[in-house]
Design a protein around this ligand. Structure first.
Ligand code: C2E
Ligand code: MG
Ligand code: MG
Ligand code: MG
Length: 287
């Protein structure tokens, strides 16, 4: 029928979906060369202590500076890299850059300016978690660069650990025993069994942004306040630290501080940015 219409006209149900699929395919095939050509870069978003606002560390967030499409966020290409397995070398690159950056901060920033040694958070996706080289690669990078394992926090999403068996948890357990922190990212979105938390080698709960959204309005949603209060109590009773993501207003920050959350991250403090942003913030702490 499309042919009968003549020329090179095609009948496409959803031309936009088609265009997206084409882009997806193009991006997927371009990934390996992009890594070789150095088209990826990392932005760092500060994490601050809620009680006094001092810098605790930063989360490394990868971006792709694509020659045609401009800067692409991780949601555009991480799933593709997961699918093809390129996430393993890409993740190794992110880890190495981030550990180097953290080492630089530890050496360069004035003693005491950060209220303790600066930490770096790096995201791990499920394929990286399943990769047999994870522990060896991580140890190798930390040792070669000289960063203490306690300065590294690996973020794993709650959904990646749902139903995880001992085989999957073993590498995380090994890393945790060496002193690396493991954070449960996007906590509260994965419907995991709270009792299950005891079984996981995690030391940090990272509350999903959806919880803090109800605290943006005045008055704050009382149910959201109660839920977060309960989660914080549970986390602290299991000796887990609580971080919140997506803090966009001072009112949210104040609620979260009063509810006993430990650290926070969000546009209210700083957007993800170049590493120099952290220098400015931590120097501001010092005065
Ligand atoms: P995530 O780990 O949950 O990271 C937090 C996301 O929230 C980031 O999006 C960050 O820019 C955004 N964000 C921070 N503060 C605010 C705020 O106040 N309001 C709002 N609306 N958003 C805020 P981004 O950079 O687009 O990253 C998206 C996801 O991509 C990350 O979610 C993480 O799961 C993944 N990702 C990023 N870098 C890496 C990486 O190196 N490796 C892997 N495997 N995944 C990564
Ligand atoms: Mg994260
Ligand atoms: Mg998160
Ligand atoms: Mg999130």
């Amino acid at each position: 029928r499309a042919k009968a219409a003549g020329g090179n006209r095609y009948e496409v149900a959803d031309p936009e979906a088609d265009a997206r699929a084409i882009t997806r395919h193009g991006l997927t095939t371009a990934l390996p060369a992009a890594l070789e050509r150095g088209e990826f870069f990392i932005e760092y978003q500060p994490l601050v202590h809620l009680d006094d606002g001092t810098v605790h560390g930063a989360e490394a967030l990868v971006r792709w500076s694509h020659p045609q499409h401009g800067v692409l966020g991780p949601d555009r290409f991480i799933p593709l890299a997961e699918h093809t397995g390129l996430i393993v070398p890409l993740g190794r690159w992110v880890l190495e850059q981030s550990v180097r950056q953290a080492m630089f901060w530890q050496r360069q920033l004035p003693e005491g300016a950060l209220g303790g040694p600066l930490r770096i958070n790096v995201n791990l996706s499920p394929t990286q978690l399943h990769h047999p080289g994870l522990v060896a690669d991580t140890v190798e990078v930390l040792e070669r660069i000289g960063l203490p394992p306690g300065a590294l926090c690996l973020e794993v999403t709650e959904s990646a650990l749902i139903g995880a068996d001992e085989d999957l948890l073993k590498p995380l357990r090994q890393l945790a025993e060496m002193g690396v922190d493991i954070a449960l990212d996007d906590f509260g979105t994965g419907y995991s069994n709270l009792a299950n938390l005891r079984r996981l080698p995690v030391s940090v709960l990272k509350l999903d942004r959806s919880f803090t959204q109800g605290m943006q309005q005045h008055p704050a949603d009382p149910v959201d306040l109660k839920i977060v209060e309960g989660i914080v109590a549970l986390a602290h009773s299991l000796e887990l630290a609580v971080t919140v993501e997506g803090v966009e207003t001072g009112a949210q920050a104040e609620h979260l501080r009063r509810l006993g959350c430990d650290t926070a991250q969000g546009w209210y403090y700083a957007r993800p940015g170049p590493p120099e942003q952290l220098h400015m913030l931590s120097l501001a702490d010092a005065v």
